[in-house]
Design a protein. Sequence first.
Length: 257
Amino acid sequence: MPNRHQMLILIIILIALPIAWVVYKYCYFFWFIGNKSLPSQIGNYQTVRYTGSNNDSQKLTKILFLGDSLTAGVGASTFQNSYPNLFAQELTTQLGNIQTTNHAVPGDKTQNILNRQLSQDLADPQITFVMIGINDMFGHIGTDKFKQNYRQIIATLQQKTNSQIILISIPNITSSSLVSWPLSNYFKWQINNYNQAIAEVAQQYHLPVLDLYSLTENSFSQHPQYYSQDLFHPSDEGYNYWTTNLINAYTNCQSCH
């Protein structure tokens, strides 16, 4: 029968092994994504025009995209398969001619939008889509600071533009084979916290939120082809799936129009 000293060592080992496993999975998650190093499909502050099918050839709706790698098209094979491009193409059926300006930068947090993206020429947009937060979460930016930065982003947009501001929630990233239990539970809990923060800010400013999290919560786990090679960013099919659901959400969003 083991003595007290041996029992203590056994208990320490039993506690340390699960902790070591979680730390390993957490570190491997970031190493794997970084090792793939997928490129952005958006040029620096890229502006693109799209021709609508309506008869009002003089009308031009300007759209601004702010965000991180998910808005910069990381994971897509080409710019044409990035969600802002697919989204704009679909919107031409509703809005006619469109000009998009995309300031998204991979790795950016809310503070980077304030310091970098909003310091650029915003091109006088009528609509601005903001999807940001996953890197704040990974960077351990507290939700209080996150909300403070988000408020400043909105206040700056309202000061510099007359744009309709539409927020997009942080999508679900926990269903990939790269994110197994218990890391998946931890990330899901974190994402829900940050999305709740986004919802609170949106309510404060009376802004609509397109709930990309709910749209992607289960679908990606059922369709692994929706992930790109780094098992985190969407693939061409994944971004196309996003676009289909975001267009439906936008169309049915009364406060978006």
